[in-house]
Design a binder for this molecule. Structure first.
Ligand code: CP
Ligand code: NVA
Length: 308
């Protein structure tokens, strides 16, 4: 049975903790090496990952490619528009064909149901590289960054500011699995997915919704935001205006716990959801977070291929 990674729950809390530990060990073992040199054990030697993109990407594309190289394997990119998927070949048939040709598939798309369908018909692991609903790979990298900054995950106080999007949905899922508190500051009508909130609370995470940005960040050890308008969202003046009070700036960071860590999955819209001062300031961990996509993706790939 292929192990798919469509959501963090597919792996579960213990496995995510193991992924973080493995990422820390592998990252340390190759510090200062050329970035494309394979790890000593090259655990995915001979393995190929196909990456399907129906949306733009910089970090996901490069981190998965580099992750495969560092694990001893390789990756190939399928831009949906240049493939038969873009001309209407079914997801099911694409899954059947790719399963005969590659060892794993990563897909970035809009409708989450497409990823589920791909996983249903593929015999090889399918990894969710972002949908309109969730972005689990990003959150493994975020949790790794939080742990690197010296925070324990159980009991962590984390704040999210802005739009209730795919990234915060996965962060809420993580709160349930890793038992931490997430306070979400955002405008009415832009809340995260209700199902994610319900499941995280049932799993033992604390999820608090607030329309007051200062209340959301009070006591937070980690402050996280993302673009106000995600890929594929209509956006518009009203949407952007509603987000303005939730900008992460120096005043808002001062209302969080002293020395709180700032995270952003990137790409950032500087001086919209976050000011330059915060993004480039001493509390920002965004470049570590971006690099950690490689280390986190390696753990996800190893788990999916039965080698973690
Ligand atoms: N954070 C993230 O997923 O970045 P990309 O859109 O560049 O892949
Ligand atoms: N929420 C953003 C994340 C980009 C990595 C989007 O979906 O566009």
């Amino acid at each position: 049975m292929a192990k798919d990674f469509l959501s963090l729950s597919d792996a579960g809390g213990d496995t995510i903790a193991a992924m973080i530990n493995d990422a820390i060990d592998r990252k340390a073992a190759r510090a200062a090496w050329p970035k494309g040199r394979p790890d000593v054990d090259a655990p995915l030697a001979g393995h190929v990952l196909a990456m399907i993109f129906e949306k733009n990407s910089t970090r996901t594309r490069v981190s998965f490619d580099m992750a495969m190289r560092q694990l001893g394997g390789s990756a190939l990119i399928m831009e949906a528009g240049n493939t038969q998927i873009g001309r209407g070949e079914s997801i099911a048939d694409t899954a059947r064909v790719l399963s005969r040709m590659v060892d794993a598939i990563m897909i970035r798309t809009d409708d989450h149901a497409k990823v589920e369908e791909l996983a249903r018909y593929a015999d090889v692991p399918v990894i969710n590289g972002l949908t309109d609903l969730s972005h689990p790979c990003q959150i493994v990298a975020d949790l790794l960054t939080v742990v690197e900054r010296g925070h324990a995950l159980p009991g962590l106080q984390l704040a999210w500011l802005g739009d209730g999007n795919n990234v915060v949905n996965s962060l809420i899922e993580a709160a349930g699995l890793m038992k931490f508190t997430i306070r979400i500051g955002g405008p009415k009508g832009y809340e995260p997915d209700a199902g994610f909130i319900e499941r995280a609370r049932a799993a033992g995470g604390e999820v608090v919704l607030s329309q007051d940005p200062a209340e959301a960040v009070a006591g937070a050890q980690v402050v996280v935001t993302d673009t106000w308008v995600s890929m594929g969202q209509a956006g518009g003046e009203q949407h952007v205006a509603a987000m303005q009070p939730y900008q992460v700036n120096a005043a808002l960071m001062a209302a969080a716990a002293p020395g709180a860590t700032f995270l952003h999955c990137l790409p950032a819209h500087r001086n919209e959801e976050v000011t330059d001062e915060v993004m480039d300031g001493p509390q920002s961990a965004v470049w570590d977070e971006a690099e950690n996509r490689i280390h986190a993706q390696k753990s996800v790939l190893l788990w999916a291929l039965g080698k973690l």
